[in-house]
Design a protein. Sequence first.
Length: 148
Amino acid sequence: MKAVLQIHNPIKPHRTTINSYSKKQRPLILIAENEEENQYRLKELLDLYNVCILEAKSGEDAIDLTVSERPDLVLINAELPRLDGYEATRLIRTIKSLDKMPIILLSRQTDRIYRKKAFAAGGNCFHIAPLDLERLDNIMENYLFGAI
């Protein structure tokens, strides 16, 4: 199943096709999250930054959208079904043109081994889910707005 581009706007939510998206308008963030509550929370927090949001529910969809749409930042759940976030990140990193794209892995797992696994896969950062506004603010500053 192909993922659908969703432009999420706090004033007037709407859907659009990938072809009508212009990356020059606002930064594009990919949320790869299969849990509805976490996805909703991330979108709600990201609304504060006036960004465009792509949504994927699987590692496969995350890879497809990352390759086709080149988001400015990827927030990916490490425990996605079938192809998890670690493996999706590792596969994205094999594509030379995507090796600098910021990928943040999110997990409910707190053990250090999961952090090491995230970095070994090529993730830029690892955070315990769910994100709060302060941690998301740090991510946005370090990986998105600080680089523009």
